[in-house]
Design a protein around this ligand. Structure first.
Ligand SMILES: *Cc1c(COP(=O)(O)O)cnc(C)c1O
Length: 377
């Protein structure tokens, strides 16, 4: 009995893993569970994935990595984002693989690993055109020489990340990035390095560009049953590739109060919206602090008893109001669906994202991690 909660459909996660794995046969499957598993609950999703044999996980930071390590003592855990140097001892002690792209980080990591006579495993992130973290091609050789001087640092992976693979039907830029990545790999091999994990494919690349799969694929959004973009979905449909993704998350709350109000009544802060007719208004105990975006004020929709109901006035910090005039009966504490299916209707992350000009990734990742995650099997 929760007031507001997130439900995770275990079978949907398992089905999505199967689908993505079957499209990337031969490559190791790495489940990207950063940002609380895109809002789905990191521990919950990691446990489901581990039960169906997933052994690699990608996170953003060391804190996430350490939580996972406790849960999965022998899994491969790759930190994709930046780790502060002071955290290196903890990373090495826990067998966490780091993604590095600065030469001075190698020196520091070598000192830390040498002090405990251990070997630090790293992934070299190559800058191929996203201009995020990554080693510039012209600095790669210096970087490799530094690693040769560092006996306690071992390259277990080489990676890059595509800039626009989900945003365009044109693979030209991705191909350019991939050819730069291939050049970097050759450079490594010329210097005697043969990292087992060669990886650059996110969900869109897994779906659309098999040539990029390498030896490991990094599946994020698809694992959760959400298409990386509408364009990717359309392209897959056009190519007749059989691929079903099942959204795994439902976000629910309950009716806190219902009342009938006369025409003209202003609703919420700023009195930004007035009733155009006598209406029944329900108050929900959920607001922008829970991750329900304030830009959905007056335009968001939720499901009550299988009916679509509009958000009225501004979304507050911890509450919001909806119009339930069209729902035959609404009871106090009745379940309301903010995201997911109820009856014949669905509020998808894609729909919500489109309404407020963002991407579905943002809609799910910003659901407050403090809300309970309940796995439904
Ligand atoms: C988040 C992330 C991914 C996953 O991308 P999706 O589009 O969600 O599959 C893969 N690689 C890196 C480096 C990431 O940061």
């Amino acid at each position: 009995m929760e007031r507001t909660w997130v439900e995770i459909d275990e079978q949907a996660i398992i089905s999505n893993i199967k689908t993505l794995r079957s499209l990337s046969q031969g490559a190791r499957f790495c489940a990207i569970v950063k940002a609380n598993a895109y809002g789905h609950g990191m521990k919950e999703v990691a446990q489901i994935a581990a039960r169906v044999g997933v052994q690699s996980f990608g996170v953003d930071n060391l804190d996430e990595a350490l939580v996972l390590r406790e849960l999965l003592p022998s899994a491969q855990i790759i930190v994709l984002g930046y780790v502060m140097q002071y955290q290196y001892p903890e990373a090495v002690r826990n067998g966490i693989e780091l993604t590095l792209s600065d030469r001075e980080d190698i020196e520091q990591l070598e000192r830390v690993a040498a002090a405990t006579a251990s070997t630090a495993q790293i992934h070299l992130k190559i800058e191929t055109g996203t201009s995020r973290r990554g080693i510039l091609m012209e600095e790669l050789i210096d970087f490799l020489l530094e690693i040769k001087r560092s006996p306690h640092v071992s390259i277990c992976g080489i990676s890059t990340h595509f800039a626009s693979i989900e945003d365009t039907g044109n693979a030209e830029y991705a191909s350019l990035q991939f050819s730069r990545f291939s050049d970097a790999l050759k450079e490594l091999q010329n210097h005697g390095f043969n990292p087992p994990h060669i990886h650059c494919a996110c969900t869109a690349a897994i779906l659309l560009y098999p040539v990029t799969h390498g030896t490991l694929v990094r599946a994020g959004i698809g694992l959760y049953g959400i298409w990386p973009s509408e364009l990717v979905e359309q392209t897959i449909r056009k190519q007749n590739i059989s691929c079903e993704l099942r959204p795994a998350l439902k976000w629910k709350t309950r009716v806190a109060q219902v009342k009938s109000l006369p025409i003209g009544t202003p609703i919420g802060y700023g009195s930004t919206e007035r009733l155009k007719q006598r209406s029944r208004i329900a108050v929900l105990p959920v607001g922008y602090r829970d991750g329900y975006d304030r830009s959905l004020s007056s335009i968001g929709e939720v499901l009550v008893g299988g009916y679509r109901c509009k958000v009225m006035g501004r979304v507050c910090m911890n509450m919001m109001m909806i119009d339930v005039s069209s729902v035959p009966t609404v009871e106090k504490e009745q379940v309301v669906t903010l995201l997911g299916i109820d009856g014949r209707h669905e509020i998808s992350a894609v729909e919500v994202a489109r309404k407020i000009q963002t991407i579905p990734y943002e809609i799910v990742t910003r659901i407050n991690p403090l809300l309970p995650r309940i796995v439904v099997s």
